[in-house]
Write a protein that binds this ligand. Structure first.
Ligand code: ADP
Ligand code: MG
Length: 475
């Protein structure tokens, strides 16, 4: 039988297939085509530089063994890369997804001298732009562990974060999911892990990204027809931090792609860190299989800090800003702003600003004024009962009618509006809104929200209802 590139390669494949995991075989070897055999050099075509990198890093041994069996000790492997991928560049990951120049289909030959014993010397085939790729981590260095004050409310999460930063991918906290309410430090802590990893392991690729941006990139990649590059890009990250994953609710395409990226990273011992404003059990419209992955690692909650912690956070902030403030004022602020660290900081910042702009002394009275404003602006969350009352009044019906099972159109609409505003103005879950507005389920509420969105963009009269009610409910 004549020896061709294909025959040599298919023998290699048979050997490789027997020796590695089926999934890995499928992922990394099935997409390869043998394209040329000249003497003892076999050329194989791989889909991207990333692919080539991966093979070199993980499968070079088995490739070598299999090829030497076929072509003898002088066997050589030549990679032909199908597309020109540049993950490099200045702004590698803010907006754009690395784009593949498919139309050009530039081939690039990479010679791999198998005979080279020392791995350091294997480097002549560094492809400009890929091994030296620097992915901007998008981390904020001021969000460090040092600046993240420890207290009972965050001890578990903070220490888990430190453990992960010490051994990314090497602890059972993978993924690490940090969850908790607004302004309790999820973003800060997530950055701190990344910052610390970068510090300890400068060679590791760390990427922080919000779930919202991730979704946008994914949508763009689908539009531009380079979904695979998007996936590959994420698969080369060592520590992937995705902030506010609750944003993925209901976005099945993005969830799906994230699922694959997650699995890949996890299987390869890479670290995933997620944050969310809810515990996994309370997440709505997130696929079960994804939720179950979230539960593989550790879910650590950030709770509202106790008084002592609030005081230390304030002191630390003032110290860093080089500002002195009387102790009783710090305590006053810490005592009155309890549920949100961002507001706590906000109040102190206003206090400093007020006193320096107006040349006022920082007094307890000034603190009172400012705290009052903060508390007023944020505390008054409308209740679902209040919303139902306002909506019923507006349509001149009573609340019982609004909640009733009737299918009369104007009543259905009033009910849907109440649900819509409950979703908009409260933090209640869909399920809890449904149960408070006439014992409906979460799907009904979701449907109501969509209907209101649709109608208010197509129906003038309906839009007027929404505007009027928004004004009445405005805080
Ligand atoms: P979240 O992402 O949970 O909404 P952030 O991480 O944005 O909250 O935190 C809000 C603000 O509070 C940030 O400025 C952050 O630095 C600060 N903060 C939160 N927790 C702490 C803490 N334990 N120590 C110091 N600062 C904190
Ligand atoms: Mg945040």
């Amino acid at each position: 039988m004549e020896i061709t590139a294909q025959s040599v390669w298919s023998n290699c494949l048979a050997f490789i297939k027997d020796n590695i995991q089926p999934q890995a075989y499928k992922t990394w070897f099935e997409p390869i085509d043998a394209v040329k055999l000249s003497g003892n050099a076999l050329s194989i075509q791989v889909p991207s530089k990333f692919f080539y990198e991966w093979l070199e890093e993980h499968y070079v041994k088995i490739l070598k063994v299999s090829l030497t069996k076929e072509l003898g000790a002088d066997a050589k492997l030549v990679y032909v890369i199908k597309m020109e991928n540049t993950y490099g560049n200045k702004q590698p990951f803010t907006e754009k997804i690395p784009s593949a120049n498919r139309s050009a289909l530039k081939s690039q030959d990479v010679d791999v001298p198998f005979n080279n014993k020392s791995p350091e010397l294997r480097n002549p085939f560094i492809i400009p732009g890929i091994r030296n790729v620097k992915i901007e981590s998008q981390l904020n260095p001021s969000y460090s562990f040092e600046n993240f004050l420890e207290g009972d409310s965050n001890r578990l999460a903070r220490n888990a974060g430190i453990a992960v930063a010490n051994k990314p991918g090497g602890t059972s906290f993978n993924p690490l999911l940090i969850f908790g309410g607004v302004g309790l430090g999820k973003t800060h802590l997530a950055h701190a892990i990344g910052v610390d990893v970068k510090d300890k392991y400068p060679e590791k690729t760390v990427l922080y990204i919000s779930a919202e941006k991730f979704t946008q990139q994914y949508i763009d990649s689908v539009k531009k027809n380079n979904r695979n590059d998007f996936i590959h890009f994420y698969q080369i990250i060592d520590v992937l931090i995705i902030d506010d994953v609750q944003f993925l609710s209901g976005k099945t395409g993005t969830q799906d792609v994230f699922f694959h990226i997650f699995n890949h990273l996890h299987q390869n011992g890479k670290q995933v860190i997620l944050t969310s404003d809810k515990a996994p059990v309370d997440m709505q419209d997130i696929e079960q299989r994804l939720l179950s992955r979230f539960k593989w690692g550790l879910s650590a909650e950030l709770q509202t800090p106790d008084f002592e912690t609030r005081v230390s956070i304030l002191r630390n902030k003032l110290y860093r800003d080089g500002v002195e403030m009387p102790e009783d004022i710090i305590e006053y602020v810490a005592k009155h702003i309890k549920t949100n660290v961002r507001e706590l900081e906000g109040a102190i910042i206003s206090l400093i600003a007020q006193s320096s702009f107006n040349k006022k002394e920082i007094t307890i009275n000034l603190a009172k004024d400012i705290v009052e404003k903060f508390v007023k602006n944020t505390k008054r969350e409308v209740s679902i009962d209040y919303i139902q009352k306002v909506v019923s009044d507006y349509f001149q019906m009573d609340v019982n009618t609004l909640q009733s099972k009737t299918r009369k159109r104007h009543i259905v609409q009033a009910r849907q509006l109440a649900m819509f505003f409950a979703k908009k103005y409260t933090k209640a879950s869909l399920a809890s809104i449904g149960s408070q507005i006439g014992q409906r389920d979460h799907a009904t509420v979701l449907h109501a929200c969509k209907t209101v969105d649709n109608l208010s963009s197509t129906d003038k009269q309906f839009r007027k209802y929404v505007e009027d009610l928004s004004k009445k409910l405005a805080l």
